[in-house]
Ligand binder design. Structure first.
Ligand code: FAD
Ligand code: NAI
Length: 509
């Protein structure tokens, strides 16, 4: 056998194995197994949210041990890292969302999915005690109130309450405005699907209005000035996508306007991407300069008006900048539900950033509420990486909890001494779950023109900082492999190919 034949044969075998696996995955996804019914003997876990933290928990929780209910105002999981690409039509919104019911349908026991917003958590209410065999158990009739934001449903059915034994709070955070006036009214956030759709519509509004005959040059300049506030990864990735859209598509379809489009990024700190290494910050800033994206650092937005924003420059002067589109990406703040829950534990819940939890993600001050992801105030950054790892960890912790509880019940019911000793030995063997430990894989950020920056972690103490086109290829492969389903992977790859072959769609929806 020559080396060449061995290579050819192994390539063929890998291809066939890959295709077989792909087909099997698709078959399993379309034909889930029959599910067990809800079991009234088992404890109920209510999961709030369908984002990174909650979905990762849902995927891994062992439903043989629990009944599970998911409550979220959106009935899908959103793959946020690719959200900036949807604002200019590089990929379609539907390619980066996954229905929660689809994930729930693949669990061994049927999971209830309720599309509603939780408006109140009542951890104190109705604690009753009952007896099951020789084991004293507690029915925690703690309640949450849910609100269905759907006008098709009659008013009287719109509010409902749910009981839980364990509550998992994974409601994330919302966009921060720091009380700057006018942001909510005139700016666009970039956090949810509807934000991306709003940005796309507003962007095309500005361009089409600027193309309308007989506009004054000042008005055209204003309409074509796109301002991004916040130089964190969200702001940088949006500005980068906007630049690509301008160069790849707008230049062809609006040749008379393309040269007049201006992109400005405003950041309060001395540099953008504060969490990245100095080398990558410099690389990003120089790439933005080449792309004609102006970066105004040490500049604070003080107020937003309908057509202008008021900024304070580094020298203390106050300036008014006319704009057409304003994207506000200045980070996160807690949701009202989270603030309300914190008030119910005034002694233990005083963190500014969100819910305080112990090292096992249990809410400080509570026995049966757990919290994870952006809703919490931990030492970790509010990222998808952290949220997903916490969800996975918590599912493992709950499995261990169930095994332990079952053994405790068996121990209570054991009749003779030998059996008791056997059960006690078994119980001792059930290891305590170690506290949650985050493993940082690195940070990635797209910076435009098919370039990305990556700060990768290479084990204890080691790191690698890289930027450029090769890093962009790595960025894409990481996100493709992290997408939650084969369906999403296929759709995103197709969208990327479609964009390369046919360009982005510029029609205004
Ligand atoms: P979320 O994912 O925000 O989910 C919260 C869930 O709670 C949602 O389903 C929401 O509908 C639901 N909810 C809200 N209110 C209620 C309520 N009252 N009752 C019930 N449910 C409720 N991180 C990375 O690590 N890498 C990246 O590349 C990256 N890119 C990003 C790009 C963008 C544009 C953005 C905005 C963020 C990005 N992040 C990234 C950060 C990451 O998305 C968040 O850290 C992550 O989403 C946090 O997960 P979570 O589950 O805590 O919250
Ligand atoms: P961020 O908190 O990371 O950055 C916000 C920026 O806005 C800060 O640099 C802040 O100085 C600036 N700012 C605040 N107020 C301002 C004002 N009035 N005027 C001017 N600038 C102001 O927020 P971002 O980018 O939304 O990210 C949120 C979280 O999501 C972070 O943890 C981030 O790491 C993560 N994320 C990660 C991505 C990735 O890894 N590629 C992509 C997007 C988000």
């Amino acid at each position: 056998l020559t080396k060449w034949t061995v290579l050819k044969t192994s390539a063929k075998v890998s291809l066939v194995a890959g295709m077989t696996y792909g087909c099997y995955e698709m078959y399993v996804q379309r034909h889930p197994l029959v599910q067990a019914e809800t079991d009234p003997e088992k404890k109920t876990i209510v999961i709030l949210g369908s984002g990174w933290a909650s979905t990762s928990f849902l995927k891994d929780i062992d439903t043989d041990h629990y009944n599970v209910v998911v409550v979220s105002p959106r009935n899908y999981f959103l793959f946020t890292p690719l959200l900036p690409e949807t604002t200019v039509g590089t990929i379609d919104v539907r390619s980066v969302i996954e229905p929660t019911r689809f994930i729930a349908r693949h669990k061994s026991r049927s999971v209830k999915v309720i599309e509603a917003e939780c408006t109140q958590i009542d951890p104190e209410n109705k604690v009753t005690h009952g007896l099951l065999g020789r084991y004293l158990w507690k029915i925690l009739d703690s309640l949450i109130t849910t609100y269905l934001d759907n006008s098709d449903v009659k008013e009287e059915h719109a509010v409902s309450t749910l009981c839980y034994d364990y509550l998992i709070v994974g409601v994330g955070a919302m966009s921060a405005t720091f009380g700057v006036k006018g942001v909510e009214e005139y700016g666009c956030f970039l956090k949810e699907v509807w934000d991306a759709q709003k940005i796309r519509t507003k962007l095309m509004n500005c361009i089409e209005t600027a193309a309308f005959p007989d506009q004054t040059p000042e008005e055209i300049d204003r309409l074509l000035h796109m301002v991004v506030v916040g130089g964190g990864p969200t702001g940088i990735e949006y500005a980068a996508e906007l630049h690509d859209f301008l160069v790849d598509d707008l230049t062809s379809w609006y040749p008379e306007l393309a040269g007049k489009v201006k992109i400005t990024l405003i950041e309060a700190l001395p540099n953008v991407l504060p969490a990245f290494s100095k080398k990558l910050i410099d690389y990003t800033e120089s790439t933005f300069k080449e792309q004609n994206i102006s970066i105004c650092t040490k500049t604070m937005v003080k107020e937003v008006h309908e057509k202008e924003i008021e900024v304070k420059r580094p020298d203390g002067t106050v300036d008014n900048i006319p704009y057409g589109l304003l994207v506000w990406a200045t980070g996160n703040t807690s949701r009202p539900l989270v603030r309300d829950l914190m008030q119910k534990f005034p002694e233990t819940q005083q963190a500014r950033r969100g819910l305080a939890v112990d090292e096992w993600l249990r809410l400080d001050g509570s026995e049966d509420i757990y919290a994870l992801g952006d809703a919490t105030a931990t030492r970790y950054a509010p990222t998808a990486q952290v949220a997903a790892q916490q969800g996975k960890y918590l599912a493992r912790l709950f499995k261990q909890l169930a095994v332990r509880e079952n053994l405790e019940i068996e121990l209570m019911n054991a009749s003779d001494e030998e059996e008791v000793a056997k059960k006690e030995r078994k119980l001792r063997k059930v290891k305590d779950v170690k506290p949650f430990q985050y493993s940082h894989q690195g940070s990635l950020c797209y910076i435009g023109s098919d370039k990305a920056v990556a700060d990768l972690s290479l084990g204890p103490g080691g790191s690698l900082a890289s930027g450029g086109v090769v890093t962009f290829a790595f960025w894409r492969s990481v996100y493709i492999s992290s997408l939650f389903s084969t369906r999403n992977r296929a759709l995103v790859i197709t969208d990327w190919l479609k964009k390369t072959a046919l360009g982005r769609d510029i029609s205004r929806e």
